[in-house]
Design a protein around this ligand. Structure first.
Ligand SMILES: C[S@@+](CC[C@H](N)C(=O)[O-])C[C@H]1O[C@@H](n2cnc3c(N)ncnc32)[C@H](O)[C@@H]1O
Length: 293
């Protein structure tokens, strides 16, 4: 249904619905995106126009249509060890720093996990770290991976990837080490999967049920949101971190003026944000701290 005509009133109503439902701000001229992503769903629900689809979502709140529309409108692009820097920083700086405090358990949140590459990459880093520095950290690392898209979450839970997905960001050594071939696909091994728990979560909703985290990965999702929502999410993530906890953003995302609860830590070309430990504020000097190897 890519030749679907969308009137300006319909487009405005759809944009307002989407932003209100999941925070995603559609640009002025993304009509093609709306028609290409919703075409199949509109056929299935016998809708001939976006106006009719919006009316059906309102009339049939229990049909699952609303959730399916949101799911279809999300952009799920992801890859293994995306941008490399955050993962090098996790392995070479963040985990060793946390290990110094000898925590009985380490909690990590992958806050927009898409099809699972991010939380599984984190678990692979943990596995490599524990092998390289046995005893420095307890093998009690829990990764909570959340996303709004049930389709992506079920793909992620299956942990089964085709050769194209595998070719994106994964070295032959890691493929050999962490995957088992099943037909023409590869499944993430149990020793990597066991750390990861998947849950559906809209980042607009409360994070309190998830508890507190030592590290949050919130990468390549804030770009879809308004400045106001970015501010709200970043401030609530600061609350969801233990004092001194770490936040990773995407390589094109910054804290900018959204939140002053964090210090910036730079290491080997990568950046991580560390939530200020109010109890020790004034004694730490971590702003733009340049790490040396
Ligand atoms: C581009 S992917 C990023 C995946 C991964 N973090 C990475 O950096 O490769 C963005 C993800 O954000 C999810 N998303 C979009 N809006 C969301 C919301 N309001 N709450 C939770 N997840 C959302 C999408 O479903 C999608 O899987």
């Amino acid at each position: 249904m890519s030749n679907l005509t969308i009137s300006s009133q319909e487009y405005d109503a759809f944009r307002a619905f989407l932003e209100e439902a999941c925070g995603i701000v559609l640009g002025e001229n993304k009509h093609y995106l709306v028609s290409s992503r919703l075409g199949r769903l509109m056929k299935e629900f016998d809708s001939t126009s976006i106006g009719d689809l919006i009316a059906k979502m309102k009339r049939q709140p229990r049909s699952g249509l609303r959730e399916r529309v949101i799911d279809a409108m999300t952009t799920n692009e992801t890859l293994w060890f995306r941008d490399n820097h955050p993962y090098a920083l996790l392995a070479d700086f963040v985990l060793p720093e946390i290990a110094k405090t000898r925590p009985p358990k380490l909690k990590i949140w992958s806050a927009a996990c898409s099809s699972g590459q991010e939380p599984y990459s984190i678990s692979m880093i943990a596995q490599e770290y524990l092998k390289k520095r046995p005893g420095s950290l307890k093998d009690n690392i829990q990764i909570t991976a959340t996303d709004i898209s049930p389709t992506m979450l079920s793909h992620a839970k299956e942990a089964l990837y085709d050769s194209l997905a595998l070719s994106r960001g994964l070295s032959p050594e890691r493929k050999q080490m962490f995957f088992t071939q099943e037909g023409d696909q590869w499944r993430v091994n149990e020793n990597i999967r066991r750390r990861v728990t998947f849950k559906e979560l809209n980042l607009m909703n409360s994070y309190a049920p998830l508890g507190k985290f030592d590290i949050i990965f919130c990468r390549n999702v804030l770009i879809y949101f308004s400045a106001e929502l970015k501010r709200d999410i970043l401030n609530r993530m600061a609350q969801a971190l233990v004092p001194g906890g770490y936040l990773f953003l995407g390589s094109t995302e910054t804290l900018a003026s959204y939140c002053d609860e964090f210090d910036t830590v730079r290491h080997q070309g990568g950046i991580v944000y560390q939530v200020k430990d109010k109890a020790t504020a004034g004694t730490a000097n971590k702003v733009n701290f340049q790490m040396r190897r």
